[in-house]
Write a protein that binds this ligand. Structure first.
Ligand code: PMP
Ligand code: GLN
Length: 381
C-alpha cells in the first residue's frame, strides 16, 4: 500500500493519553473534562432511546436541533440563519472541518493554516489534494502576523483556516482583525473555515468575535462548533457547521457520504436541553474561568511561567526555568513519567517549530481535586 499520508503517525492526543494511562499520571494532556455533562442532558438520552428515537436522523441534522442552533446564533451573535439551508449537524467538529475541506479544495489548491494549528487540518487538506501553507503566529501572543499572511497569499490560495479561541494558546482573534482579514481577501476567491469550537470559553469579560457576527466574512465562511466542548460531552462527537446556503449545499454533498448523519438520540437530547437551558452557555465563561484561576493561582508557586489564557480550557506554560535542556516532546514525557502529570507539547502543531519554544499545554477542564493534585505535583517539579 502506498500511504496517502506518509508523514502522519498516531495523534499526540492518543499518544499522551496512552502514556498517562500506562504510567498512572493525572491526564491533563488530551482536552476533555474529567466531570460529566449536565444530569438532565444525560438523562434525556436514555429517555429518547426508550422513546424509540433510534433510527437515522435527517441527513442535515434533527430539525429541532438545527432550530436550537439557529436560535442560539441569533441570541449570541445577532445573525438570523436558516435552520434548513445554513445549519448542518455533524458527528463532531473534526468531521465538519473534514467535509468542508473536501467540498472546497481541488488538487493544487493552497490552504493557509496558522501554526501552531489543530492537527486534523493538514491531513484533511492533503487528502483533498491540496497543500497547506503554514503561517506562524507571532510569539509571545500567538497573534496573526499580517505581513507573513499577506506574503503567503498566492493565486492558488483557496482557503484560510481560522481558530479562535485558539487551541493550544487560548489566543483570541479580535473583531478589528476580522475586518482586516476581510479587506485582505476582498478581491480574491478565498473561503474561510472558522473553527470556533471553544466559542463559549472566553474569559475576563471579553466577547468572542465570531465570524457569524461579521457580515462580509460570513458570506464565504464555514463556521464550525462542537457540542462536546459546550456541554462537557466530548465523547458524544456531535458538532455543527453553519454556512451560507450555497456553501452548505456543497458541504452536505460530502457529509452525506462521509457519515450521512449524526447519532439520533444524542441530537434529541441536545435539542431538548438547549431549549430548556439557554442559560448554560451564558454560565460557561464563569465556570471555566474559575477553573483557570484556581489552576493558575496554585501554579503561581511553581517554577513554570505563564500568562493566564484568554480562552479555551488550555493553559500554556513555559518551562525554560526548569529543564531548558529538554525539547517540549521530551518535557511532556518527563513530566508524565517522573512527575505524574501528562501534558501536550506545542511543537507538534507546527510545520517548523521555533527553536526557542519551551511550552507545554495543560487542560484545566478538571474537577477541583484533580487540579489541586496536579498543581501540587507541578509545584514540586
Ligand atoms: N477543533 C479544535 C481546535 C479542537 O480543539 C477540537 C477538539 N477536539 C476540535 C476541532 C474537534 O471537535 P470534535 O471533538 O467535536 O470533533
Ligand atoms: N481537541 C482535543 C485537544 O486538543 C483533542 C481532540 C482529539 O483527541 N482528537 O486536546
Amino acid at each position: 500500500l502506498t500511504s496517502k499520508l506518509p508523514h502522519v503517525g498516531t495523534t499526540i492526543f492518543t499518544r499522551m493519553s496512552q502514556l498517562a494511562a500506562e504510567t498512572g499520571a493525572l491526564n491533563l494532556s488530551q482536552g476533555f473534562p474529567d466531570f460529566d455533562g449536565p444530569q438532565a442532558l444525560r438523562d434525556a438520552v436514555g429517555r429518547h432511546i426508550a422513546a424509540g428515537h433510534n433510527q437515522y436522523a435527517a441527513m442535515t441534522g434533527l430539525p429541532a436541533l438545527r432550530e436550537q442552533v439557529a436560535a442560539k446564533i441569533a441570541r449570541c451573535y445577532g445573525r438570523s440563519v436558516s435552520a434548513d439551508t445554513e445549519v448542518t449537524i455533524t458527528p463532531g467538529a473534526t468531521q465538519a472541518i473534514f467535509c468542508a475541506i473536501q467540498a472546497l479544495i481541488h488538487p493544487g489548491d493552497e490552504v493557509i493554516v496558522f501554526d501552531p494549528s489543530y492537527d486534523s487540518y493538514e491531513p484533511s487538506v492533503e487528502l483533498a489534494g491540496g497543500r497547506c501553507v503554514h503561517v506562524p503566529l507571532a510569539l509571545p501572543d500567538f497573534a496573526i502576523d499580517w505581513q507573513r499572511l499577506q506574503d503567503a497569499l498566492s493565486p492558488c490560495t483557496r482557503l484560510i483556516i481560522l481558530n479562535s479561541p485558539h487551541n493550544p494558546s487560548g489566543a483570541l482573534i479580535a473583531r478589528a482583525e476580522l475586518d482586516r482579514l476581510a479587506a485582505l481577501i476582498r478581491e480574491r476567491d478565498i473561503y474561510l473555515i472558522s473553527d470556533e469550537v471553544y466559542e463559549h470559553l472566553v474569559f475576563d469579560g471579553v466577547a468572542h468575535a465570531s465570524v457569524l457576527a461579521h457580515e462580509e466574512l460570513y458570506q464565504r465562511a464555514f463556521v464550525v462548533s462542537s457540542f462536546g466542548k459546550t456541554y462537557h460531552v466530548t465523547g458524544w462527537k456531535t458538532g455543527y457547521v453553519v454556512a451560507p446556503p450555497a456553501l452548505t449545499a456543497e458541504l452536505r454533498k460530502v457529509h452525506q457520504y462521509v457519515s450521512f448523519c449524526g447519532v439520533t438520540p444524542l441530537q434529541w437530547a441536545l435539542a431538548e436541553f438547549m431549549s430548556e437551558h439557554p442559560e448554560h452557555v451564558e454560565e460557561l465563561p464563569a465556570f471555566y474561568q474559575s477553573k483557570r484561576d484556581l489552576f493558575c493561582d496554585l501554579l503561581a508557586n511553581s517554577r513554570f511561567r505563564f500568562r493566564r489564557t484568554s480562552g479555551t480550557y488550555f493553559q500554556l506554560v513555559d518551562y525554560s526555568a526548569i529543564r531548558p535542556d529538554l525539547d517540549d516532546v521530551a518535557m511532556a514525557e518527563w513530566l508524565t513519567r517522573e512527575h505524574g502529570v501528562a501534558a501536550i507539547p506545542v511543537s507538534v502543531f507546527y510545520r517548523q517549530p521555533p527553536a526557542e519554544l519551551r511550552l507545554v499545554r495543560f487542560c484545566f477542564a478538571k474537577r477541583e481535586d484533580t487540579l489541586r493534585q496536579a498543581a501540587e505535583k507541578l509545584c514540586a517539579v
